[in-house]
Design a protein around this ligand. Structure first.
Ligand code: NPQ
Ligand code: MG
Length: 381
């Protein structure tokens, strides 16, 4: 495939409600979308970097700069590039995985549209629908949290994830466990469904001094505790995993397959959160899925408040066999009143895996223009 040009679209998407985590409160999603123009046709990709470098060292202005100055020029200069050859073409750039992932996804979309293959088929997906969970932000009060959780349960979400931080952990977790009732099997419209699934995500807010405190979460029968300590600190996650019953799951720490394998073998993580953006793209995400499957480690699909463009690819990924826990693959309405593609709508706690060519969704260019934060920038001819 020969790439002619790449468009950078910056779009401001209002959130339906503020989303508070241990690293801050978001009220809007500043999305960077890429459109690649190639001799095989066009493709779209979404960059998951946030407006500020508070979840990852990457952030959207930085991603845009590295795309404009390094990644896009490299693929424009290459005689030919495919999603599979892309990582090698941009190997000279250290890190910047979210920026790389966005461009690789756009190439993959163009390529698969041209060959009438869906992302799901390309990934080797085994399901046509995926179980969905929802990530619930830190609330002003426990009562407000319970109200929000009850709404998501009524909407059908199959797993609740609570954001926690020091001072907002045992009390909200106890209250939500009480609201959900115990973990149990029920027979629903689509067969057996496990109810009462609950997990927590600390986004690195704790330290080694908190190990004993985090052990007090054990009575609440959580699926997992996600990323309590800073991303470089595998050792403290190992110590926690040995000290408590709740399974430890890494998110921020897992930046590629080698790190995933190392963290698993050392006992730092017994479940892995996979986010394609964090690991440099869907091809690396598939490799992590496979490495975890080989080692008997279940995975689930994380979320970064994606528009429909990124959500479509996540849902396809989550349809792979070892994605055995519900993901943060929520419906579009969890975050947005209107989406940049046709919306993803929850049915019985699940989303349909797109079946059309490439991502299987169409970008609403009218909305991309209407919500544009600045004029489109085109790199290349
Ligand atoms: C996580 N996601 O698992 C992340 C963190 C996160 C769904 O909990 C704007 C853009 C706001 C990306 C807030 C979920 C965000 C964001 C939180 C990602 O750690
Ligand atoms: Mg997380």
């Amino acid at each position: 495939m020969k790439v002619f040009s790449v468009e950078l679209h910056r779009v401001g998407m209002p959130l339906v409600r503020p989303f508070q985590t241990s690293f801050g409160t978001q009220t809007a999603r500043d999305v960077l979308l890429l459109r690649v123009r190639t001799d095989a046709g066009d493709g779209w990709g979404e960059c998951v970097a946030m407006a500020d470098p508070v979840y990852s060292s990457e952030y959207v202005d930085g991603a845009e700069a590295v795309l404009r100055n390094y990644l896009i020029p490299a693929i424009l200069a290459a005689p030919s590039v495919t999603a599979a050859s892309f990582a090698n073409t941009v190997r000279f750039v250290v890190g910047h995985r979210m920026a790389k992932a966005a461009l690789e996804t756009a190439l993959l979309d163009a390529e698969l549209r041209a060959s009438a293959t869906s992302f799901a088929a390309y990934f080797g997906a085994v399901r046509s629908r995926v179980d969905c969970g929802v990530s619930v932000g830190i609330a002003p009060t426990v009562d407000a949290l319970l109200e929000e959780v009850a709404r998501y349960v009524a909407e059908g979400y199959r797993r609740i994830k609570l954001k926690i931080k020091p001072g907002w952990d045992l009390e909200p977790v106890a209250a939500v466990r009480d609201l959900l009732g115990p973990v149990r099997e029920e027979t629903g419209a689509t067969g057996a469904v496990t109810r009462g699934l609950l997990q927590v995500d600390a986004n690195t807010a704790y330290t080694a001094n908190d190990i004993e405190h985090l052990g007090r979460l054990d009575p609440f029968d959580l699926l997992l505790i996600e990323q309590p300590f800073v991303e470089e600190d595998i050792a403290t996650h190992i110590a926690l995993a040995r000290a408590i019953e709740t399974p430890v799951c890494l998110d921020e720490s897992i930046v590629d397959t080698a790190v995933a394998v190392d963290a698993i073998e050392r006992g730092a993580t017994s479940i892995v959160n996979i986010k394609a953006g964090r690991v440099g793209g869907y091809l690396e995400a598939v490799r992590i899925h496979d490495a975890c499957a080989q080692r008997g480690v279940p995975v689930w699909c994380g979320g970064m408040l994606e528009s429909g463009v990124g959500r479509a690819a996540n849902v396809a990924l989550a349809a792979m066999t070892n994605f055995s826990l519900p993901g943060d693959t929520s419906g579009s309405s969890r975050y947005f009143a209107e989406d940049l593609t046709e919306p993803f709508v929850l049915r019985d706690g699940q989303l349909d895996v797109p079946t059309g060519p490439g991502s299987g969704v169409e970008v609403r260019e009218d909305l991309v223009r209407e919500w544009a934060l600045r004029p489109v920038e085109t790199v290349g001819r």
